[in-house]
Design a protein around this ligand. Sequence first.
Ligand code: ATP
Length: 300
Amino acid sequence: MSSVTVRVPAKVNVQLSVGPLREDGYHDLVNVFHAVSVFDEVVAKESESITVSVVGEWADQVPVDDGNLAVQAARALAKHAGRSYGADLVIHKAIPVAGGMAGGSADAAGALVACNELWGLGLPYEDLLEIAGDLGSDVPFALLGGTAVGTGRGEQLSELPMGGVFHWAFAVADGGLSTAKVYAECDALREATGAEVPWPQVDDALLAALRTGDARALGGRLANDLQPAALALRPELARTLDAGRAAGALGALVSGSGPTCAFLAADEEHARRLADALSQLSSCRTALSAHGPVPGPRPA
Ligand code: ATP
């Protein structure tokens, strides 16, 4: 095989509950991931060494050296297989960069699947999941897709059976937010209030809404503990959230560490109308409509 192409989706966190800061600097999370139909494409071609190039709207914001998560994934896979394989990776980037939609993790997952195929390794998903867990907290879910509850740092996953399709609009802001800075701001805000931080718990009503495909119920349960921190760092996001609510969104929240904001729609047409309304805002660089859940990366 001389070339393998995989499509890999972005995610939105429909519940992100952040526990107290641990001694190792991480937080225990309850993270309900939902993969949506905004896709990067990762192409892996035969090559002597592992290289990467990036094309598309966000290309100039993505490193093309060893800092690229897809390169790190390919190297980790080659190491796991015990040989010095090469691959020329080309990433067609449609997922906003540093937007809270886990685009880098998506590319890492895409590279694992593409190189597993290109190099004829035939490793089972369980092996890829183990490598993914070492690459970053969001990479295992990026490999899985669908909808899943993550606990621990987010890397211990259990898949959720789903009862329907949900339609979304996303308002993408100009410029990213660093995930580390948003967590640090979250800790600082909590310290300032002095309130005890509860242990994160799965929201059973949210899981029931996902299971039964009830968009209205899901809209009322969307929750993100990082949202106050993202709003403190980017106050204009409050206007974006208000505008989406005013345009009839069933629910609105900052996606992960932001600054992308996610809006739940009643149906596909409503999602398109929401995206149109959001794209008019000065706080919005571009708006997208999408649906979820969608499967994780598979070779085309
Ligand atoms: P998360 O939701 O997992 O916190 P994010 O969506 O906020 O992530 P990413 O788009 O994954 O953020 O990118 C975070 C940083 O990672 C970027 O600023 C970029 O420098 C770096 N990066 C490394 N590899 C990639 C990649 N393949 N695609 C995008 N960013 C990458």
